[in-house]
Design a protein around this ligand. Structure first.
Ligand code: SF4
Ligand code: SF4
Length: 126
């Protein structure tokens, strides 16, 4: 499932700048299948793999677009829906300038996918 905002139409790629997007092993393998090496596009922080930045933007952001769009990580597909650790539920990140386009039904659907994804990354729900 994807949360589809018309990011290209908005000319926005804000969430691809200074990214700390966490990756599951599944995300990493999918990208590796494209020929990329995990240590080139990601690094480990506190035991979790996250996307690397180059000059302040995601390794995969090229000319304002995601160069692996069809294979982008689950977290990127669901953004601006993110997991709120303290409340243990999905919330809409108002950092995204178009987050008001996410309705409650979409949020609930994204939450189910996001929670499974978080458990894949951590092995439990933090
Ligand atoms: S910040 Fe929001 S509108 Fe901008 S690229 Fe990310 S999801 Fe799309
Ligand atoms: S993988 Fe693509 S969508 Fe995700 S942060 Fe990088 S450029 Fe953006």
């Amino acid at each position: 499932m994807e949360v589809r905002l018309d990011c290209l139409k908005y000319g926005c790629c804000e969430c691809c700048k200074d990214t700390k997007m966490q990756l599951s092993e599944e995300d990493i393998r999918k990208i590796e299948q494209l020929g990329y090496k995990r240590d080139d596009f990601s690094m480990e922080i506190d035991g979790v793999r996250v996307l690397k930045n180059v000059n302040g933007s995601c390794y995969f952001l090229k000319r304002g677009m995601c160069s692996i769009y069809n294979s982008r990580p689950v977290g990127c597909r669901l953004y601006p829906v993110i997991y709120h650790v303290d409340n243990k539920k999905a919330v809409i990140d108002d950092f995204c300038p178009h987050s008001e386009n996410i309705n409650q039904e979409l949020l609930k659907r994204a939450e189910r996918v996001l929670i499974k994804h978080i458990i894949k990354i951590y092995g439990f729900l933090p």
